[in-house]
Design a protein around this ligand. Structure first.
Ligand SMILES: CC(C)(COP(=O)(O)OP(=O)(O)OC[C@H]1O[C@@H](n2cnc3c(N)ncnc32)[C@H](O)[C@@H]1OP(=O)(O)O)[C@@H](O)C(=O)NCCC(=O)NCCS
Length: 158
């Protein structure tokens, strides 16, 4: 049994799509993935998508893609009302545990250069800036940092 204030991180299912679509628009606005993209992402090959549930409500989500060698953080988002409470870090840790258990060599991601909360989160998890992709995000031609976390030599947590 979960209590009303309990925080649960679990795999996403198609039943989560309506809540996911709402959060995606709220968090990413004009750059939001379409409902079709979200649906194919959460059950696509090599994908691992988790959601955070608080008091029975889906309030966060994050996804990883593993191509057999490297892993890529596809997205991460926490409902604005629940940001700053450690949920983003918890979901990122979940993805990184998954990447380690899959045997990924490195984890890659892109992040808007003006996204200070996300950059802070990634750097505090050990990601380093690798390079810049000019005009990567549309609309607006916003540049992206590419970031990398090298998992080689890291032990899988017991
Ligand atoms: C990035 C995001 C997922 C972080 O989620 P969150 O649940 O707030 O994350 P956490 O509470 O675990 O905080 C993670 C770190 O970010 C920092 N942080 C949170 N909000 C911040 C802000 N507004 N400014 C600067 N740092 C911030 C926290 O201080 C924390 O670091 P700390 O533990 O050293 O204090 C969230 O801000 C979000 O959903 N943003 C919109 C979607 C987005 O841009 N996603 C990333 C796409 S690449």
């Amino acid at each position: 049994m979960t209590e009303p204030g309990d925080v649960l991180v679990r795999a996403l299912t198609p039943a989560d799509l309506p809540a996911l679509e709402r959060m995606e628009i709220d968090l990413f606005e004009a750059a939001a993935w379409s409902p079709e993209s979200l649906a194919s992402e959460i059950s696509g090959p090599g994908r691992w998508y988790v959601g955070t549930v608080v008091g029975g409500e889906l309030v966060g989500y994050a996804g990883l893609w593993f191509d057999g060698y490297d892993a890529q953080v596809m997205t991460i988002g926490t409902d604005e009302r629940f940001q700053g409470r450690g949920l983003g870090r918890r979901m990122l840790d979940n993805l990184l545990d998954r990447a380690r258990s899959l045997g990924a060599a490195v984890v890659l991601l892109e992040v808007r250069v003006d996204n200070d909360p996300a950059i802070h989160l990634y750097e505090s998890a050990g990601f380093e800036r690798l390079g810049m992709r000019r005009a990567y995000y549309q609309p607006g031609n916003i540049d992206a940092w590419t970031m990398r976390l090298d998992l080689r030599g890291q032990e899988e947590p017991a």
